[in-house]
Design a protein around this ligand. Sequence first.
Ligand SMILES: CC(C)(COP(=O)(O)OP(=O)(O)OC[C@H]1O[C@@H](n2cnc3c(N)ncnc32)[C@H](O)[C@@H]1OP(=O)(O)O)[C@@H](O)C(=O)NCCC(=O)NCCS
Length: 153
Amino acid sequence: MANVTGVVTIRWDVLPAKLAEVRRLSLYPFKPASTDLDAEMTANLEAVFGGAFRGDKPIGCIAVLPESKHDCAARIRWFGVLENERGQGVGAQLVIAAQQHASAIGQSLWADVRVKAIPIYERLGFEPLGDFFELPEIGVHRVMRWWPAGLRS
Ligand SMILES: CC(C)(COP(=O)(O)OP(=O)(O)OC[C@H]1O[C@@H](n2cnc3c(N)ncnc32)[C@H](O)[C@@H]1OP(=O)(O)O)[C@@H](O)C(=O)NCCC(=O)NCCS
């Protein structure tokens, strides 16, 4: 990753337990750690997780779940990077890893995307769908969709 300061690796198919704390700190810092919060990561056993690691330390996460909606087969969830690791391209690398996973299995992707992350998704070829909407506690979102080359009907 040319833009990232120091060595950061993106790993795919990471155990959810390894990413639970980085997910909480990145996405829900206002929530205390709890088994309930972590449990949603394993509610769908087909969810696949990607992680960004500085050495062995998780600094970012993303997940792809087989959740068909908006004419797309799979959903991106839990995309976050630790605050002190942002702005160096780690987030973009995580979305690219999700796109590579989806391409490999021929699946289109959708996500409820926070306003702040919309430009990252747009630069990687996602298209907006519908209006902005508010999710309680988290803020304004928009649905973004993406199809691997040749898959869109
Ligand atoms: C959204 C989030 C995951 C982005 O992670 P990130 O690692 O900062 O993402 P990137 O570094 O790829 O991109 C962030 C910005 O840094 C810029 N950037 C990337 N590399 C850069 C570099 N080397 N120098 C300067 N800027 C750089 C990008 O262009 C991007 O700019 P933008 O905000 O205008 O789009 C992170 O901010 C986060 O976890 N936020 C809280 C949780 C959240 O909102 N998650 C999204 C749910 S949909």
